[in-house]
Design a protein around this ligand. Structure first.
Ligand code: FAD
Length: 415
């Protein structure tokens, strides 16, 4: 394949960074330009809650050392956004009016939180958490405040709740479903998580309800729920899900669903245009279809494949195994793969381990309190090891020593 050597990357987070690293290994000389709407070098959104909590200084959030771009000859255009892709002319229009040419394009624009839509959403103190700027604003605004409301019960909401609790605020979680982390965990795990939060103290959980309005003069002072309750709140963090930033391909030949559709080379339906990270709808190895899996490891792996192929490589993306690891109420929680009705569990003092089964395989796992053995399960799910080749799920759960016995799977995968 002929390689053009004029590379354009839209977005500057983990998918973009891993693409640059892979691309430079293949093409040391091509011209690489990154366009980002932000004014910062790449940072980790994953660590923003730790920054809000005061546990990490700002500098620790940056993904690479300061000289990263310069050392790799990457030009970065800060504070400008790509607004349109012209695949016929191989050009990208920026908000500033500039037109940038490309031979190979990577769209790594990530996702954004679903916006807050309720009366009072424009009051000061109502925020979402995605960018470093959001995190800095939440941290600043939270100083001296007493009550926070978190709208939503997904992983980012749980991380936001954790951060604000660390800052000493009382946190009320408003959840429209019947349980915490409803997309990730089953009733039993959710119940234990709720108990852990209540044990830790400082949390109130409102389930099966919605926020009707935020009230206050200029600044939010309280929220009203559809149950008739009114809760004091000087700060609201809205976490109602993530939407892919895919608008710039609308009206082009680049096919999109919930995200931009990619093949196993992370290439879109337009040759020479790639997508990676939270904006990409890529292969999910467990569900066996193309989905948006808005998680860090997927963005990293997809960026690497896209970057390599942009430079003329021939890498394939093996597919995402969904994975979430977080702390809830002081307890470590890891959820991988997909939940089914068929579950085997092991309950011990302070921990619950569950394996989900289907189609003669382990499809998923949820470990709470003790994560020993979760890495093995990830490997077994990833490699689609059939149950007849394994000890029974009960024995797997009872004896994490199988990690060692089955280490061959890991070695094979790494090799
Ligand atoms: C608070 C929080 C906690 C999280 N915790 C975890 C976790 O524990 N584990 C986990 O796996 N994942 C977690 N995630 C998700 C993880 O951060 C994302 O999966 C990952 O950052 C995706 O990387 P990305 O490169 O696709 O894009 P993003 O990190 O979303 O970055 C995209 C970049 O593109 C820029 N951009 C967007 N549109 C344009 C445009 N038109 N022109 C120019 N620039 C543009 C954006 O400003 C942004 O800088 C968390 C996310 C948040 C917000």
């Amino acid at each position: 394949m002929e390689v053009g050597g004029l590379y354009l990357i839209i977005g500057n987070s983990i998918a973009a960074i891993s693409a640059v690293e892979a691309l430079r290994k293949i093409d040391p000389n091509g011209s690489i330009t990154i366009v980002t709407k932000e004014g910062e070098p790449a940072y980790s959104p994953v660590l923003t809650p730790n920054y809000i909590a005061g546990e990490l200084p700002l500098e620790r959030l940056y993904l690479r050392e300061k000289a990263f771009y310069r050392d790799r000859g990457v030009k970065v255009i800060y504070n400008d956004a790509a607004v349109k892709v012209y695949t016929d002319k191989k050009e990208v229009l920026l908000e500033s009016g500039a037109l940038l040419e490309y031979d190979r394009l990577l769209i790594a624009t990530g996702g954004r939180p679903r916006p807050a839509v309720f009366p009072g959403a424009a009051l000061r103190g109502v925020s979402v958490l995605r960018s470093l700027r959001d995190a800095a604003e939440i941290r600043r605004y939270a100083q001296g405040k007493k009550d926070a409301v978190i709208l939503g019960g997904g992983p980012i909401s749980m991380r936001s709740a954790w951060a604000l609790r660390k800052l000493g605020l009382r946190v009320s979680l408003i959840i429209s479903s019947s349980r915490l982390l409803s997309r990730l965990v089953d009733e039993e795990v959710a119940q234990l998580l709720e108990e852990a939060l209540l044990r830790e103290g400082g949390y109130r959980i409102y389930k099966n309800c919605d926020l009707l309005a935020a009230r206050g003069e200029e600044r939010v002072e309280r929220v009203e729920l559809n149950t008739g309750e009114s809760i004091p709140a000087q700060l609201i963090v809205v976490g109602k899900g993530v939407i892919a930033n895919k608008e710039l391909v609308e009206g082009t030949e680049i096919a999109a669903g919930k995200g931009i559709l990619t093949d196993d080379r992370m290439e879109t339906s337009s040759p020479g245009v790639y997508a990676a990270g939270d904006v990409a709808q890529a292969y999910d190895r467990v569900r066996k279809e193309n989905l948006v899996n808005a998680i860090w490891p997927a963005a990293f792996a997809q960026g690497k494949v896209a970057g390599s192929n942009m430079g003329g490589g021939n890498k394939t993306f093996a597919g995402t195994v969904p994975m979430n690891v977080l702390e809830v109420g002081g307890e470590a929680l890891a959820v991988i793969g997909v939940r089914t009705e068929e579950a085997v569990s092991l309950k011990a003092e302070g921990s619950l381990k569950k394996i989900y089964l289907g189609d003669n395989r382990i499809t998923g796992a949820a470990f709470l309190g003790n994560l020993q053995g979760i890495g093995l399960l990830h490997t077994l799910i990833r490699n689609e090891v059939t149950l007849d080749r394994l000890p029974s799920p009960e024995r797997l759960l009872e004896n994490p020593e199988y990690c060692r016995l089955l280490g061959g799977y890991r070695r094979r995968e790494a090799g």
